[in-house]
Design a protein around this ligand. Structure first.
Ligand SMILES: [Zn+2]
Length: 126
């Protein structure tokens, strides 16, 4: 088999272990207790759970469940709460719904602005 075909196949179906980094989905959840925004990396190949329609074997969609632990809260607000992220997807893996127990889903822009704020407020400790 020509090597370019193998490359295409492994890009489409994954290589079995390790997976490809560019397949990852990112969610951002904000903790209700401390306000910390936590990025959550999701690997669709291993994290999405297939949902089946009735008793048949056709996939009707996917669901996701992740436990999310922050990095210890925000400066001056230590917090080690465990958040629960749940999401539903349709059978084409388009996101339908996101729920966060103990927090709320936010977008990447909110996370980026919190990161900026913290580096302005606070000298990086490393
Ligand atoms: Zn928190």
């Amino acid at each position: 088999m020509p090597s370019w075909i193998q490359r295409v196949l492994s890009a489409v179906f994954g290589s079995g272990s390790g997976g490809s980094a560019d397949e990852a989905l990112w969610f951002y959840v904000k903790c209700n207790a401390c306000g910390e925004i936590i990025p959550v990396r999701v690997n669709p190949a291993s994290d999405l759970i297939q949902e089946f329609e009735g008793a048949g074997d056709s996939v009707s969609g996917y669901s996701l469940h992740k436990e999310v632990m922050g990095r210890g809260g925000r400066p001056g607000r230590p917090c080690f709460r465990l958040l629960q992220l749940d999401a539903d997807f349709d059978k084409r893996r388009q996101l339908l719904d996101v729920r966060v127990d103990g927090g709320e889903p936010v977008d990447q822009a909110a996370y980026a602005s919190q990161q900026q704020q913290e580096s302005a407020d606070d000298r990086p400790s490393e």
